[in-house]
Write a protein of this length. Structure first.
Length: 85
């Protein structure tokens, strides 16, 4: 699955900001959405999301990668009341 987002500030709710281009993916292709991937470091801290998470995790040494927490294709699970990651 892929993700995109938009946001506004409470002081100016009519001024909506949207992410229009993600870095990463195929060279020369402008992406308006990024893969729904989340990477957390071995200590459980947030590391990255989307193309950055996917590419960083892919480039890790296989032994080192076992220490990291990589989640993908989880977006539809968020639509349910309970999540058991």
């Amino acid at each position: 699955t892929y993700s995109g987002y938009a946001f506004c500030f409470t002081r100016d709710p009519d001024h909506i900001h949207m992410m229009r281009k993600w870095e990463g993916g195929d060279p020369g292709v402008i992406n308006q959405k990024t893969p729904t991937c989340l990477l957390m470091s071995p200590d459980g801290a947030f590391h990255s999301f989307g193309f950055t998470a996917r590419d960083f995790y892919h480039d890790l040494d296989p032994i080192e990668a076992q220490k990291w927490y990589y989640f993908d294709k989880f977006k539809m699970v968020l639509h349910y009341n309970a999540c058991n990651f």
